[in-house]
Design a protein around this ligand. Structure first.
Ligand code: ADP
Length: 659
């Protein structure tokens, strides 16, 4: 179900449906009690002789129970109860059509003689209730069956009941006896009409993925209008006419005045509602245009930012071709490629994280960590950039270690985002200070620079998505304007707080992250894994339909002492695995002929493949993708471009065959 599109919480709808079902159940039982204990008013609310018949009460109670069962996951009961309701509704209808008496109407009357003002024969409920029971009963059966294709007709059936009951209730509201008291045509008691209405609504709202709920729940202008304008209209029109009839009754005005007044009220009401709806529509359109404009701007920045690292990479590859044996030139060029690639990877990672933020899918993998190791990792990531700009990073840590329950990768990402910014905006030979200190039950991480500073008016705004202080073409710094948005979200997920301080332009900036220290500081903790430089040796099968990708990875792994084999599609991968019996398979997911999931399943099905380490190597890195690869039998999931250190770590955990 497309939940993010829904304005209505499905849990709330389920509860509401159950409450309406419960109303039908309780009211049905009470009505039956009226017959059993001879209390007519429990069955005839208006005291006009039209009572809810006892078998109607039983069927309504059964249908109400069926709805409650449905919402609490006992679909089988819903199916059975729905079947009984539909069957009796149908049999009763048959009696009207054929004129026969099947003899099941009078058993529950307890000998009472009242309440038959609108019945053809004592105890027989009218045609509107009969049709409603057939439709509600069938709907409940279909709902109880869950996956039946005819489920899509359920809201339609319930809508027919809703309209029938609205007709009867309007008859009661305006005292139009023909609408509810002709025995062979329209007869229905007021209690029955309200309960059947409740049942119809409970059925309709239990299908939020179908019309009319789909529109009513949609997060769109149409949905907002449907939710606000329609209910008001439904109440307003009968209300105006009712007020007019009351006016006549109390002789407040004559017929002409009454008509003119009600017409004026209706025109005012409808035009007013339309106006409000149109204004809301207009506001929404304006917001969408603004969002579109921001997105366009962002795409332009993105294209620019992605292009930036490509130029030096392309230059460096040209240099490599010409470098021959000049070691120094060679190292400079590969250094450039490495740095720019890291930059590209960070951009793409940030983009993915941004999409996770907007879909509310950013999650933490918390563990017990020691803060200093996270800080060191972040500093190491930023050091090359700072060194290139001749900047100095000073790190001050408290003497005692600080333990946190946090996601080390995400926390390191926050700190390196702040350090990166500090380095970007500190200028040549700037100074960057990172300080960690304990304050009560909080730990405070401060990143301070002596760079261009931030105008006071922007101190809050810079945490917004895509926002950059300097958006001119002349701005000297690159970036997408999402780093701080990400940092804030990540800190908040850790129940922490981040703020920016600056005395103004040219006066440097300070970013303060405060995180709660929730765990026992003496508990043993897991250190953040250091990257193990030594690489294991083994037989590795690399499967990728991108020939360059496969070939280059094979080359690197061969250089670190492994035997490597390459395959380019899923079928080939299965055959190569069978032939080569590798220790490790690095398997792409999107592959021709046979996709990576299926290839992995086929390989895993063999007894010889039990101990092979199969690692997914793919462009898809969302939680959902990781879950799917684990289901298919992968041992690990790496996102392209593969981080060599991470790959080595995975390989290191493996008892390789020595051959
Ligand atoms: P990006 O750095 O990609 O532009 P961020 O979200 O990380 O995006 O930062 C948003 C903006 O906040 C930056 O463009 C910059 O204007 C401002 N900013 C962030 N950190 C600093 C800093 N240390 N000094 C001055 N300005 C900063």
């Amino acid at each position: 179900m497309p939940t993010p599109l829904l304005a209505c919480d499905p849990r709330y709808l389920r509860r509401l449906s159950a409450v309406l079902g419960l109303y039908a159940l309780i009211a049905g039982v009470i009505s039956l009690g009226g017959w059993a204990f001879d209390i007519p008013r429990l069955t005839d609310w208006l005291n006009d002789g039209v009572s809810i018949q006892p078998n109607t009460a039983v069927l309504i109670a059964l249908a109400g129970a069926a709805v409650v069962f449905l919402q609490y996951g006992y679909g089988k009961f819903t199916l059975v109860f729905g079947g009984i309701v539909a069957a009796f509704g149908g049999l009763n209808l048959l009696q009207y059509i054929t004129g026969a008496d099947l003899g099941f109407n009078h058993q529950l009357l307890f000998g009472r003689e009242w309440g038959q003002a609108a019945t053809v024969t004592p105890g027989r409920f009218g045609p509107p209730a009969s049709i409603s029971f057939v439709f509600i009963g069938i709907s409940l059966m279909l709902l109880g069956m869950r996956d039946h294709t005819a489920r899509r007709y359920v809201p339609g059936l319930a809508l027919v009941v809703l309209l029938l009951m609205m007709f009867s209730l309007l008859g009661y509201l305006f005292n139009a006896r023909n609408f509810y008291a002709i025995p062979w045509l329209s007869a229905i008691a007021l209690p029955s009409a309200t309960m059947l209405l409740a049942l119809a609504v409970s059925v309709i709202i239990s299908m939020p993925d179908h019309q009319p709920m789909l529109l009513l729940c949609e997060r769109s202008s149409a949905g907002t209008m449907a939710r606000t304008v329609l209910p008001i209209l439904v109440v307003m029109i009968p209300l105006v006419i009712w007020l007019r009839s009351k006016g006549y009754e109390y002789e407040l005005f004559d017929v002409g005045t009454g008509r003119a007044l009600s017409a004026a009220l209706l025109v005012l009401g409808v035009v007013g509602l339309m106006w409000i709806a149109l204004l809301a529509l207009r506001r929404r359109e304006q917001r969408e245009r603004e969002a579109d404009r921001r997105k366009d701007e962002f795409l332009a920045t993105l294209a620019h930012e992605l292009r930036n690292p490509l130029a030096p990479i392309s230059n460096a590859t040209s240099i490599l071709k010409l470098a021959h044996d000049d070691r120094e030139v060679f190292e400079r060029a590969t250094g450039t490629i490495e740095r720019q690639l890291a930059h590209l990877v960070r951009l793409v990672d940030d983009l993915l994280d941004m999409s996770r933020i907007s879909r509310g899918k950013l999650e933490l993998r918390r563990e017990h960590i020691e803060l200093a190791s996270v800080i060191h990792q972040a500093v190491e990531t930023c050091r090359p950039m700072a060194e290139a700009a001749g900047q100095e990073i000073t790190v001050t840590l408290p003497a005692q270690p600080i333990y946190l329950d946090a996601d080390p990768v995400r926390l390191s990402q926050v700190v390196s985002n702040l350090l990166n910014n500090a380095s970007k905006f500190a200028g040549q030979r700037g100074r960057i200070n990172l300080t960690v200190s304990l304050r009560d039950r909080d730990v405070e991480i401060t990143v301070k620079d002596d760079g261009i500073g931030i105008p006071p008016a922007m101190l809050n705004a810079i945490f917004e998505m895509f926002l950059q202080v300097d958006q001119s073409l002349e701005r000297s710094q690159s970036g997408l304007g999402i780093g701080l948005t990400l940092a804030r979200r990540l800190v908040e997920l850790h129940n922490g707080h981040i703020e920016a301080l600056s005395e103004g332009l040219g006066k440097g900036s300070e970013f303060v992250v405060r995180l709660p220290v929730t765990i026992d500081q003496t508990a043993p903790i897991k250190a953040v894994d250091a990257v193990n430089g030594s690489s294991p040796k083994g037989r590795i099968l690399i499967v990728d339909d991108n020939l360059d990708s496969a070939q280059s990875l094979a080359e690197v792994l061969k250089m670190t002492g492994n035997d490597t084999f390459v395959a380019h599609d899923g079928e080939e991968a299965v055959e190569a695995a069978e032939r080569q019996r590798p220790d490790v398979i690095l398997l792409d997911i999107g592959l021709p002929r046979l996709n990576g999931f299926d290839a992995c399943r086929r390989i895993r099905a063999n007894p010889w493949a039990e101990n092979i380490l199969i690692i997914a190597l793919t462009g898809w890195g969302q939680e959902e993708d990781r879950r799917k690869s684990a289901e298919a039998g992968f041992d690990g999931h790496l996102v392209k471009p593969v981080d060599m250190a991470e790959l080595m770590k995975l390989l290191a955990g493996l008892p390789l065959r020595s051959n």
